[in-house]
Ligand binder design. Structure first.
Ligand code: PGA
Length: 260
């Protein structure tokens, strides 16, 4: 089954409003429109509004990097998913940096997924084990727990549109991505969990991304893995040439070609 490929630029807490705008301008010049590849930019909250005016919506969509699950209220410093509903198409939810540095719990991730869906925003739910969990052979258990908890309030109809991203914590900000065998094993397991929860129709519709040290030279190898529908890119997305090459690589993979 052919699912539309997806490449997400996670700019994390980098780039001023001006720098984000400049990078977007360069990406408009360097990335061609590909019908079967969706390109999504996830700047920090401050840049969402200006970029929503700047982007050509036929070529780019916007994502929030997070969002609070209560729609409005006395929560100083938070921005709710409800407040971003007209600005973004997607929201990254449960990124390991949220779990690690901000103590985001499984239950909060679950509530954010539900809030995104309630507000018409597609969650990009991040999943992945730490180095310690992998060495303790807990990867499958961790992925299972993350999926089952985060999707516990989601119907099968809504689940079809959700995006899952396998992001092993030890491969984020590392020298190279996880190996194709490792990615394949995790993605197969993630898809199996979705099938168990919702059945094969949902599993066939749902998109699963890989994230962690994605660079242009790894794209064809990762995209050749059955069940992988795209990439969640951190560092390389801050450079317009590397990110454009990644998008091109995903496009070529979608065509069933390799770059050579
Ligand atoms: P990285 O980050 O590409 O810099 O490893 C990926 C991510 O955190 O989504």
């Amino acid at each position: 089954m052919s699912r539309v490929k997806l490449v997400v630029a996670n700019w994390k807490m980098y780039l001023s409003i001006h720098e984000a705008s400049l990078l977007t301008h360069r990406l408009h010049k360097s990335i061609k429109t590909h019908r079967n590849v969706e390109v999504v930019l996830a700047p920090n909250y401050l840049s969402l509004q200006p970029l929503s005016q700047e982007i050509d919506r036929r070529r780019f969509r916007l994502a929030a990097q997070d969002g609070y699950f209560v729609d409005e209220g006395a929560f100083t410093g938070e921005v709710s998913l409800s407040q971003m509903r007209d600005l973004v198409h997607y929201a990254i939810i449960g990124h390991s940096e949220r779990r690690r540095f901000f103590q985001e719990s499984f239950d909060e991730t679950r509530d954010k997924v539900a809030a995104a869906v309630r507000n018409g925003i597609v969650p990009i739910l991040c999943l992945g084990e730490t180095k310690e969990e992998r060495s303790q052979k807990e990867t499958k258990q961790v992925l299972h727990d993350q999926i089952v908890t985060a999707l516990s309030n989601i119907t099968s109809e809504d689940a079809e549109n959700i995006v899952l991203a396998y992001e092993p914590v030890w491969a984020i900000g590392a020298n190279e991505p996880a190996s194709p065998d490792t990615i394949k094993e995790a993605v197969d397991w993630i898809r199996y969990q979705v099938r168990e929860l919702y059945g094969s129709k949902t599993e066939e519709s749902i998109r699963v991304l890989y994230g962690g040290s994605d660079e242009p030279e790894y794209v064809s190898g990762i995209m050749a893995i059955d069940g992988v529908d795209g990439l969640l890119v951190g560092r390389a997305s801050l450079n317009y040439e590397r990110f454009s090459d990644i998008v091109t690589g995903v496009y070529l993979a979608a065509l069933g070609e390799t770059k050579e």
